[in-house]
Write a protein that binds this ligand. Structure first.
Ligand code: ADP
Length: 528
């Protein structure tokens, strides 16, 4: 196999759309790759351009180049790597309008939602750019024999991290996981979702402008089954965000290869509204939490359990507020909710709602597609009388659809919230935050927001984010989110006597002295 000098093949797939023109040149493509995948703008269903449909040969080139570039990157000081993240944060904030255009173009989301992801990525870059030494610097640990065994832990990079990202938050979920991997001294090979690869390429462009060596961050575009497995066979770590179904495939392959991995998967996230909740805030928060990004958000709320004392009032206000949600296709901040990403997604959401309607669910607002706004728009929808036999009761809908249920006591509400295979996010609304904390501890979800739907926990980058149960393995954000890209290496330096009886000392005496020392160490706080 030969690779052209420029790193791209003779593929001629560039587009006239100036928002994304030239970006396709940043894809790593081996000579011989000719297949392409069209990219569509969901706002009008028109084709925007095309991306290379890469395969094994392209992944091979990308990983090889990444591996080579990683050597010298790992030799750079942590401070130098932090500087790149810091400059990237500035570029993301300064050039946000370019970014928002591309994100909206490919996803059809409202600009407000696009801003949320750009903001979140900037937060992540800023957070890690000040904590490299703290999380990755050499750590002293306690040696077994005080004064004689000196122990330190080195956080060495895994090597090449392969990341597979979804289309729903294409900037945030492609870049925010790459940043800590890079900070830890790794190279990254990214496989973005086929629908939203231009956004990821825009991220690569900005990283390079921020000073990242070009080969360190490789983007291989294409279909999941063509690129994902080839990547998982070649990299040293795989990080996946997407559906639980595909996550299982990636996890199985990672397991066979004994790869370290993390998976952030689906959710069927509950909100619990208690009678002492501030209903104005709860309604506002849950409209945002259920319909933001047209519900195509793994941490969005799809089930609302409301105490019977406030159920009628909550439902009435929730429906009224939802009816005021503005849908739109504008490249400005006016619309609150945008389009679904594709015809396939529209079909899935429509099927869930139609199935629920046919089986007796009540539609309080919405319930229909909105082709008058755009080809894949669906109305924000509130349902009640949703039963276990309906697809949307337990399966993730990933659309602007929320079911509301009454409850009469706290244990029942917690049991309902936990009655799911998922465990990603949950939301608790109450005037008593201590009670809210107590309820949160009983919910099996990786993040629980009290008096917020999802953003308080997700945006608190210092704290881990990820799923319990079928919602995932591993965490992003915080120290966990960067240490996962390292191999901890323990170095122990033994001074004087080794870990065996000194010459001439019988073993029985050594055992006796050691036993006494163990007892003493346990009793003296400074020696424990
Ligand atoms: P969706 O069904 O919403 O597209 P997926 O979980 O299938 O969600 O997609 C998330 C990411 O996983 C995308 O980048 C997709 O191309 C990729 N993907 C799909 N199938 C596979 C696979 N078999 N192995 C690895 N990655 C895959």
């Amino acid at each position: 196999m030969t690779v052209s000098e420029s790193g791209t093949s003779a593929l001629d797939v560039d587009t006239d759309d100036e928002r994304v023109a030239g970006l396709v040149d940043l894809v790593t493509v081996a000579d011989g790759t000719t297949d392409t995948i069209p990219v569509e703008a969901p706002f009008d269903g028109e084709q925007v351009g095309a991306i290379p449909a890469c395969g094994e040969a392209d992944v091979d080139v990308a990983v090889e180049r990444a591996r080579e570039a990683q050597q010298s990157w790992a030799d750079r000081s942590i401070a130098e790597r932090e500087e790149v993240l810091s400059r990237f944060q500035d570029l993301v904030l300064d050039r946000q309008s370019e970014l928002l255009d591309v994100v909206q173009l490919e996803t059809g989301k409202a600009r407000r939602t696009a801003f949320e992801e750009v903001q979140s990525c900037a937060l992540t870059a800023g957070y890690y750019s000040h904590r490299g030494e703290r999380f990755l610097g050499r750590e002293k640990r306690k040696g077994v024999v005080p004064g004689m065994t000196q122990v330190e832990v080195n956080h060495t990079p895994v090597g090449v991290a392969g990341l597979i990202s979804p289309w729903n938050y294409p900037f945030e979920l492609a870049l925010s996981d790459a940043l800590p991997a890079l900070l830890a001294g790794n190279a990254v090979v990214l496989k973005p979702a086929e629908q939203t690869s231009f956004t990821a390429l825009k991220g690569k462009q900005l990283l390079e402008e921020a000073g990242l060596p070009a080969d360190l961050f490789q983007v291989v575009t294409g279909r999941g089954p063509d690129v994902g497995p080839a990547m998982t066979d070649r990299v040293d770590y795989v990080g996946f965000t997407g559906s639980t179904e595909t996550g299982r495939i990636v996890g199985e392959q990672a397991g066979r290869n004994l790869l370290k991995y993390s998976l952030e998967l689906g959710g069927k996230n509950p909100a619990l509204v208690f009678p002492d909740a501030d209903l104005d805030r709860a309604v506002e928060g849950l409209v945002h939490g259920s319909f933001s990004n047209a519900g195509q958000l793994c941490i969005s709320i799809e089930r609302c359990y409301v105490h019977e004392d406030v159920y009628d009032e909550f439902l009435e206000r929730f429906v009224a507020a939802t009816e005021n949600v503005e849908l739109g296709t504008g490249y400005d901040f006016e619309a609150e909710v945008g389009s679904l990403v594709s015809e396939e997604q529209l079909e899935k959401v429509t099927e869930h709602v139609e199935d629920a309607k046919a089986r007796g669910a009540t539609v309080h607002t919405g319930g229909e597609p909105r082709p008058d706004v755009g080809p894949y728009f669906f109305e924000p929808t509130i349902l009640t009388d949703v039963e276990m036999d309906m697809d949307l009761c337990c399966e993730e809908t990933f659309g602007p659809v929320v079911s509301v249920y009454p409850f009469s006591d706290t244990d029942e509400a917690i049991a309902e919230a936990n009655d799911t295979d998922y465990g990603l996010n949950a939301s608790v609304w109450t005037g008593d935050t201590e009670f809210g904390r107590e309820v949160a501890r009983q919910i099996r979800a990786g993040t629980v927001n009290v008096n917020e739907a999802y953003a308080a926990a997700y945006s608190s980058i210092d704290a881990p984010m990820g799923g319990m149960k079928d919602s995932g393995v591993g965490r992003r954000h915080g120290p966990e989110g960067v240490k996962k890209y390292t191999e901890p290496q323990t170095v122990a330096v033994q001074k004087g006597q080794g870990m065996a009886p000194p010459d001439g000392v019988p073993y029985w005496l050594y055992a006796k002295v050691t036993t006494g020392a163990l007892k003493l160490f346990d009793k003296v706080p400074g020696l424990r």
